[in-house]
Design a protein around this ligand. Structure first.
Ligand SMILES: Cc1ncc(COP(=O)(O)O)c(C=O)c1O
Length: 417
């Protein structure tokens, strides 16, 4: 399998992600948070706003430093709940396994490892980017504590089916809406408001993109005290570890620039430096939350790009209820690098995200069942920029570059072993 990274444009004209620094300007335009009085007041106001959008009381929204921090808090809270006699169904058996997608963000599996639980990798559904019940059941066991249900790349986990199964199996569901939450939807349940706990992220590439920050949504009120205890414990643990890393001068050694996706997976990011979001980040999240038309604008960009996509590139499905982060097409795996190289030459950044985690020696040991569908999907994915903040000129540039791929003869593609 060809695990080289996608070629990067020499001159970047259309990025996949808006530089987070732009959010600072937006935040300044929005206000410095002083109307809320203090960092604490700003965080309180953010909890009010997120709670309103999610249909939850503000107390049930816990702003965090990242989505990974929120996920770790969720899992640690579930572990604490399991130890407590008052937690009902979760109590009793030894439950220390967490089902996570193999095709997915490595921060998810790292969050499981952060809190000393055992990840178990799960396949996707056939020709889909997310698991179905069959894939989940294939790896579930008596030891399953939780399932991270993450809707990614514009495809949604069937949460209703998963919740019904999980309740019967005594497994907690975490509605990981890191890629799905863009504010309250026009109809239906808000992403993040499902399962016992929900996770939001405001990190790079996310629908509400600030570059950092996240939130934990406590959907099951009985878990609130455990979330509070988990937050106190992890905040101290993470701050101590970050302090030790700083003293050891670790930040002086920057993460290398990887040319291979598998190498990158072998070098995970460090754990969160703290649990709680700060006031400055909260102001920036507010500013980005105000961009409510972004998903609609992105949908229009996608229509424009679809009209210019050469016939031999298959459009990946996209659930219209989810925000668009990328314009995803399917290409012959042996041609993918050449096609991405042509787009890079036109200044268009691309990505192919998520080499299935079991390909890394770091995570391969957490495989319990064959992961054939994730394996088949990844080599043919090519993701292009498709965001509502792109200028008309940028959209046109992507459309042109995409259309010009039709001129590349399939025979000219290099064949990888
Ligand atoms: C599905 C999913 N969950 C969780 C995370 C972690 O979020 P963060 O980057 O804010 O730690 C990500 C990040 O890409 C993600 O895609």
């Amino acid at each position: 399998m060809d695990t080289r990274y996608n070629p990067y444009p020499r001159e970047l004209a259309v990025p996949l992600c808006r530089p987070p620094a732009l959010a600072i300007d937006q935040a300044l335009a929005f206000g410095d948070g002083s109307e809320h009085g203090s960092a604490r007041g700003t965080l309180r106001a953010l909890r009010d706003e997120l709670g309103r959008q999610l249909g939850r009381e503000p107390e049930r929204v816990v702003p965090t430093t990242s989505g990974r921090a929120a996920l770790s808090l969720a899992l640690h809270a579930l572990s604490l709940a399991k130890l407590d006699a008052s937690a009902g169904a979760l109590q009793g058996r030894r439950r220390d396994e967490v089902i996570v997608p193999s095709f997915g963000c490595p921060q998810v599996i790292e969050a499981v490892l952060d809190v000393g639980l055992t990840p178990v990798l799960c396949d996707t559904a056939p020709d889909r980017a997310v698991p179905d019940l069959a894939a989940i059941e294939a790896v579930a066991s008596e030891r399953s504590l939780a399932l991270v249900a993450a809707s990614v790349l514009g495809e949604r986990v069937d949460l209703e089916a998963v919740e019904a199964w999980a309740e019967a199996a005594g497994v907690a569901v975490i509605d990981d809406a890191a890629q799905a939450f863009a504010g309250a939807p026009k109809s239906g349940r808000c992403p993040g408001a499902g399962g016992q706990l929900g996770v939001l992220s405001f990190g790079r590439h996310k629908p509400v993109c600030v570059g950092e920050g996240g939130a934990l949504v406590v959907n099951a009120p009985a878990l609130a005290p455990f979330v509070q205890a988990a937050r106190e414990q992890l905040d101290i643990r993470w701050r101590r570890a970050a302090f030790a890393r700083a003293r050891a001068d670790e930040p002086a050694t920057p993460r290398p620039w990887f040319t291979d996706v598998a190498d990158a997976l072998a070098h995970p990011l460090p754990p969160p430096y703290a649990a709680d979001m700060d006031g400055a980040t909260a102001v920036r999240v507010f500013a980005r939350l105000a961009e409510t038309d972004e998903p609609e604008l992105a949908a229009r960009v996608a229509e424009r790009l679809a009209a210019r996509t050469p016939a031999r590139l298959r459009l990946r499905p996209h659930d219209p209820a989810l925000p668009r982060l990328y314009f995803a097409v399917e290409v012959p795996p042996s041609e993918r690098h050449v096609l991405a190289g042509s787009l890079a030459a036109a200044g268009v950044e691309t990505s192919w995200l998520y080499l299935p985690l079991h390909h890394s020696p770091r995570y391969a040991g957490y495989t319990r069942a064959p992961l054939i569908h994730a394996e088949a999907l990844w080599p043919k994915l090519l993701l292009l920029p498709c965001r509502g903040w792109l200028s008309p000129a940028q959209v046109e540039r992507v459309a042109e570059a995409l259309a010009s791929l039709a001129q590349l003869e399939p025979a000219s593609a290099e064949v990888q072993p």
